[in-house]
Design a protein around this ligand. Structure first.
Ligand code: G3P
Ligand code: CA
Length: 278
């Protein structure tokens, strides 16, 4: 299963791919994650208006695409994923914003070459299928996060569709499913119990009561907490119970070292290239 290759050295899980080195949630970012030596890549799944699974983080696409500059789509503002068909999304450029904004300063720092940066222009939004295929072809590992679609079309079918696709690509051994929406984790336990799951926890969805009990009731194999909510005592108890603890989003080297010393098993990071040095 996903954690079988864990040796005791902290796992680098590349957040939205290696998003410091390439436009987030694109196949370029997956490639950078592999070359940075990441254990796995993490990504976000949402559903288009015509029911297709795509990889993108925000509910709207204007931050990571050129949609705001396309006259044809001006009347779609605020440009929600659910208001576009897959074909429409695939007509957009999900790469040039990264070159323009250099969001992590890695082009300016020379960590991303000008040649690489030019290839990012025109990057397509990947489908889940493409993300899984690339993972399979490279023998890589993947953390599939299902974004909370509560109240949106697709909420009742998204888990089943995602799991069917993971199974179809024969990635049950190399994938983990995570979500802030715990009902998806419970559904996954029923539909495909052999696939490991992780509960994403932040301040906003913090469950009441003892975290270890919550995790055990969900039947998850891992806890993926926001770094700002992790308490040393909880971490120790969850680890002692045999669960993995992979903390997000940890980019700072001192924080990485601190959390490693506290016993986390993995770091979900925009900079997987930094973890190797630890
Ligand atoms: O999976 C960890 C992390 O990706 C969760 O937060 O908002 O970046 O999807 P977010
Ligand atoms: Ca995510």
């Amino acid at each position: 299963m996903f954690f079988d290759a864990y040796t005791g050295s902290v796992m680098a899980i590349a957040h939205r791919g290696a998003r410091s080195l390439a436009p987030e949630n694109t196949l370029f970012a997956v490639s950078k994650a592999r070359h940075a030596g990441a254990y796995a890549w993490e990504m976000d799944v949402q559903m288009t208006g015509d029911g297709q699974l795509v990889i993108t983080h925000d509910e709207t696409i204007n931050r990571v695409s050129n949609v705001a500059f396309v006259p044809e789509f001006l009347d779609r503002k605020p440009w929600r994923v659910k208001d576009f068909t897959l074909a429409e999304l695939r007509s957009l450029d999900f790469g040039s914003w990264y070159v323009r904004e250099d969001p992590f300063g890695q082009i300016a720092a020379g960590a991303v070459s000008a040649t690489d940066a030019e290839t990012y222009r025109g990057a397509l939004i990947p489908t889940l299928e493409e993300g899984l295929r690339m993972t399979r072809e490279h023998g890589f590992r993947i953390n599939v996060e299902i974004k909370d679609l509560s109240g949106l079309p697709g909420d009742d079918v998204v888990t089943r569709k995602v799991l069917e696709m993971i199974d179809r690509f024969d990635l049950v051994e190399q994938a983990i499913l995570s979500s802030f929406q715990f009902k998806y984790l419970l559904q996954a336990r029923d539909i495909l119990p052999e696939l490991p799951t992780a509960a994403l926890v932040e301040e906003e969805n913090m469950p009441e009561g003892d975290i270890l009990t919550v995790l055990q009731n969900l039947g998850v194999q891992a806890w993926h907490p926001d770094k700002d909510i992790v308490k040393a005592d909880d971490l120790r108890r969850v680890r002692d119970a045999g669960l993995f603890v992979n903390v997000y989003t940890v980019n700072d080297l001192r924080e990485m070292r601190f959390l490693m010393n506290k016993g986390v098993t993995g770091l979900i990071t925009d900079f997987p290239q930094r973890v190797r040095g630890l």
